[in-house]
Design a protein around this ligand. Structure first.
Ligand SMILES: Cc1cc2nc3c(=O)[nH]c(=O)nc-3n(C[C@H](O)[C@H](O)[C@H](O)COP(=O)(O)OP(=O)(O)OC[C@H]3O[C@@H](n4cnc5c(N)ncnc54)[C@H](O)[C@@H]3O)c2cc1C
Length: 227
């Protein structure tokens, strides 16, 4: 059996910007993110209890850490941001490079893949000998199509991030989540489930779901005539 685990430490926004300044001033990134930093992080969280079903002697994070090969433990900085710039000239960004979503929502990979699909459709609709203006226009269409979905995902991951944290707000949100009526759960799922972009240049996947797919402009994008 393979167990994946993660531990998230929340830092204040002001501290986080201070960190950024310190980090850019520091020449040794290893100091903060290398093996010593990983060990310090592990030591800090060793005593945290984890759900193990072992009532007599409950497990702690220390048990998980001791059972994990050292080279598989790493420390990463979780940033939450949607960048303004997604493209410039012939260069374009997808996935985490243009929007970093908190992993609490579990939708970062999906959004990176949706970016790739939508971008591929717009690139596929370019004329055979595109100018930089054509290319930038395709990149803009890609961003316009994806941005509302990315914003939606960003806000929902912030919701789950708060829900997974500690404090009164988190407890209220967990309570509401647990007692949410079925219709409200369905409304949330419908809002999420409609976003399932397809590649316009591949055979389309038959739509079998009870939630119709959301309108996808890039699916209709075609090459200009005589190209
Ligand atoms: C702890 C954690 C848990 C997560 N859990 C989930 C989850 O449960 N579900 C989910 O959907 N998402 C999750 N995510 C988010 C998800 O991992 C990312 O959203 C996703 O991997 C983004 O894909 P990407 O291709 O944009 O970027 P990446 O996966 O980061 O890929 C970028 C690649 O580029 C390489 N690279 C960087 N610089 C260079 C360079 N100069 N030259 C060549 N290569 C380079 C990197 O090594 C990397 O392989 C999690 C993230 C973290 C940190």
């Amino acid at each position: 059996m393979l167990v994946c685990w993660s531990c998230i430490k929340f830092i204040q926004e002001s501290k986080s910007s201070l960190d950024r300044e310190e980090k850019s001033a520091s020449s040794s990134v290893d100091q903060e993110w290398g093996p010593e930093a990983v060990e310090a992080m592990c030591n800090e969280i060793r005593a945290f209890p984890v759900m193990s079903g072992n009532v007599e002697s409950p497990w702690t994070m220390g048990d998980l850490i001791d059972h994990t090969p050292k080279d598989l433990i790493s420390k990463v900085k979780l940033e939450e941001i949607i960048f303004d710039t997604w493209f410039g000239g012939r260069t374009v960004l997808i996935g985490d490079a243009c929007h970093k979503l908190n992993p609490a929502g579990g939708v970062g990979c999906q959004n990176a893949m949706h970016d790739a699909i939508v971008l591929a459709n717009w690139i596929n609709a370019l004329p055979s000998d595109p100018t930089t203006k054509d290319i930038e226009s395709a990149f803009k269409s890609y961003k316009d199509e994806r941005l509302p979905w990315v914003r939606f995902a960003f806000n929902s991951t912030r919701f789950y991030r708060t829900m997974a944290s500690s404090g009164i707000m988190a407890r209220v949100m967990r309570f509401c989540g647990k007692h949410m009526p079925e219709w409200a759960k369905r409304k949330m799922l419908v809002a999420l489930g409609g976003n399932r972009p397809q590649c316009s240049f591949l055979p389309l996947v038959e739509d079998k779901g009870s939630v119709p797919p959301a309108f996808q402009p890039s699916l209709l994008a075609t090459k200009p005539a005589n190209m």
